[in-house]
Ligand binder design. Structure first.
Ligand code: GLU
Length: 301
């Protein structure tokens, strides 16, 4: 194993916020971008953040490419991730993990959950579900919304189902589940508030949640660090870890870097990419200084 080379240029203390729980020594963190757009300042911050946590604890940062959603991934964005990280001078552990190369683990996990009757197939589209749920006196369990006629018709037509958590059973099996976030403290997950989430989409046979939980575990990630926009992913991911017997990692959800209007940056809205900033003459130090400034700005709010 190659040990993490601490990069002295990264302003570690400028990037790390106050932690409510201490770092353990040798934390394994990861940066997990999706190759569905160019990385922006928010990604740079996330990568720096994961890298700083790892370096401060004497651990490692791994890179994972979240490429399960083939409809949104593009070859140019894969290459751009490596170029942008090189430009920022952020080292990562080799080999890089590609989520799409580990789909068999998701399929095995699904088989296990099916055999335990913890998930059920759902043949309804989002729109059909929304219509049924808007009707008065609808059943509370999504599974009861689909009549056996529709189900057998769609099965016979060869339609692939999505797979949803059977929360009624899961609630009986577990008491409340907790997660530890080094920035936000203890997170208590109230199972009553969680619906029958899709954990395998019909088109790809897995989901962001399932692949993330399995890959984080396979990579030995001890600290999942990522932006606060994914804070709400904790409950489903913690439930999946409990169901699959996975030792939970700890979490660190950092604040989001705002744009000039104070809104979060998003790839879909063509947020200024690192690539564009570079073409406009920004060098690495300027980008680092901008991130530090953004952090100070968020902290003072
Ligand atoms: N691939 C996700 C993204 O780019 C991040 C997944 C995660 O950190 O859990 O937003």
């Amino acid at each position: 194993m190659i040990f993490f080379r601490q990069v002295s240029m990264i302003p570690i203390h400028d990037i790390l916020p106050h932690l409510v729980a201490p770092l353990k020594s040798g934390e394994i963190t990861r940066f997990a971008p999706s190759p569905s757009g160019y990385l922006h300042l928010g990604h740079a911050f996330s990568a720096m953040f994961a890298s700083s946590l790892a370096a401060t604890s004497g651990g490692l940062m791994c890179l994972r490419i979240d490429d399960i959603d083939t409809t949104r991934c593009r070859e140019i964005y894969f290459d751009a991730i490596f170029e942008d990280l090189a430009f920022l001078g952020i080292p990562y552990e080799e080999p890089v993990r590609y989520q799409s190369q580990h789909l068999s683990a998701s399929h095995e996990a699904l088989e296990y959950l099916k055999n335990q009757d913890l998930i059920y197939p759902c043949y309804l589209s989002r729109r059909e579900l929304a219509e049924l749920l808007s009707a008065p006196h609808h059943p509370s369990n999504t599974d009861q919304l689909i009549t056996s006629n529709i189900r057998s018709e769609r099965e016979a037509d060869g339609n692939q189902p999505a797979w949803r958590l059977r929360m009624a059973t899961i609630r009986d099996r577990f008491r409340d589940i907790q997660a530890t976030d080094l920035i936000h403290g203890q997170v208590n997950i109230v199972l009553e508030n969680i619906g029958d989430e899709v954990i395998a989409r019909k088109d790809i046979g897995t989901s962001y949640h399932l692949s993330t939980v399995l890959d984080d575990d396979a990579m030995g990630v001890s600290l999942v660090s990522r932006g606060y926009d994914l804070f709400d992913a904790i409950p489903v991911q913690r439930i999946l870890q409990e169901l699959l017997g996975i030792t939970p990692p700890r979490y660190a959800h950092h604040e989001l870097i705002p744009n000039e209007q104070g809104q979060r940056l998003a790839k879909r809205e063509n947020a200024l990419s690192l690539r564009q900033m570079r073409q406009n003459g920004c060098d690495r130090d300027l980008i680092l200084r901008m991130m530090t400034k953004c952090r100070n700005f968020i902290e003072k709010k």
